[in-house]
Design a protein around this ligand. Sequence first.
Ligand code: ATP
Ligand code: MG
Length: 381
Amino acid sequence: MVVLPIASGKGGVGKSLVAVNIGLALGEAGKKVVLVDLDLGASNLHMFMGIRSIKTGIGHFLNNKDMNFEDIILDTEFEGVRFIPGDAEIPGIANLKGTQKRNLIKHLLSLDADYLIIDLGAGTSNNVLDFFLISGRGIVVTTPTLTAVLNAYLFLKNAVFRIMSSCFKSDSPAAQLIEKLKKEGSPLQKVYIPKLLEKIKNIDEESHSLFMNRIETFHPCLVLNLLSDQKDAEKATQVRRSVSQYLNLDLEHLGIIYKDALQNIALNSRIPIVKYKPGSVISQAIYRIADKLLDFTSESKGPLDLQSLEESYQIAELEAEADYQSRIYYLEELLHCGGELSKGELIEIIKSQQYEVDKLKKESNLLKAKLVKAINQGFIS
Ligand SMILES: Nc1ncnc2c1ncn2[C@@H]1O[C@H](COP(=O)(O)OP(=O)(O)OP(=O)(O)O)[C@@H](O)[C@H]1O
Ligand SMILES: [Mg+2]
């Protein structure tokens, strides 16, 4: 089984959209897929699948000793795809105990599937990191914004530290060094990992080699979502460079996805985008990612092949260029095709523009309210 946890540092970058739609695409390719909503405390994966409400999920399983794990696995209307819902609004479920986490991981890893896709919550809590690290091939989703890019990098940095703490025995010199750094108040975020590893190698060769063996099987991948412009694609190289230089990690590029107003219409219509408009640029981008995932094997061993790593970035840049052209071409087609638009196309354009207008209105109202508040409080005269 190929296990694909999907994470991000920052929230709202498209993890759930990617999880559901690559799951459906892999199902269409004849694979057995299980989609799991592990964004405990904020589960919403069902909405991306068009399921209105959920009655039982992981939260119930964890809170109810008499419940079988199989009872929470749902069949879906989508070919080859089963679904495990999250919490169904059980308060406090986001803070899993160690035993609950291990129990859950054991059940997940014994599922009968070709692909296990795990939608995670945003951030770098230990729960999120531990679920991400059950596989060597987790996917980090980011957008091209500065904060999202930084958070993607910080997520991976936290993952590396989590791997260290799982490799080092608590009384080892390496673990003591990390503890000392924490005590000295030097935030681990500021520690330069290659230098730290060198130090660890000098004082504790055993811990160092345990870590090196473990990190060799850690090959996370990147999806760059919500692009507006072709130039946005360059942000992937920036993430790759920082991750390689500061974390000693290779990050494979799985692909880019442009921002597309169709997604919002699909979500409101409760239809996953690859089913709503399979031929659209956004759906094709998702199918492309799923195609690459078809080459994944269940275990990741040894270092990545550097040439294919390099190529993954070149391919993604070409895809960004091609999709950009397709989007322009699509609009031109709509405007010029026989001089007329069909009723359906016209409705779609108006709907998506209406959505953008509504969003701008909301932002403008929010700004106005803030301005009025600032004036009332005397901050602005
Ligand atoms: N490429 C895209 N084009 C248009 N809209 C998108 C795209 N990707 C995501 N969205 C929209 O952005 C919003 C956030 O996406 P999503 O919920 O998948 O993010 P997330 O990372 O799972 O968020 P959270 O951290 O809250 O779980 C959703 O409304 C989704 O429909
Ligand atoms: Mg989500």
